[in-house]
Design a protein. Structure first.
Length: 74
């Protein structure tokens, strides 16, 4: 999840896994795989940095070998 700012100043958390593409039109437009489009104050490079940072952090959590793929017991 990444935190971005809508044009009206309110913060929004976006699932970075759903980002299909990002445009600079000149405002930054995030298009999601769901078809939704979100215009944000952050520039294109910032949104890319946030999304890449999210993916890198997500990979930092190990997946247990040999189990059902769940990190939780039970």
């Amino acid at each position: 999840m990444i935190k971005v700012t809508k044009l009206n100043g309110s913060e929004l958390v976006v699932n970075a896994d759903l980002i299909e593409f990002i445009e600079s039109t000149p405002d930054t437009l995030i298009s999601l795989t769901t078809g939704r489009k979100i215009m944000v104050l952050e520039d294109l490079d910032t949104v890319i940095r946030l999304a890449v940072g999210f993916r890198n952090a997500a990979r930092a959590y190990p997946v247990p070998a040999g189990g059902n793929g769940s990190v939780f017991e039970g």
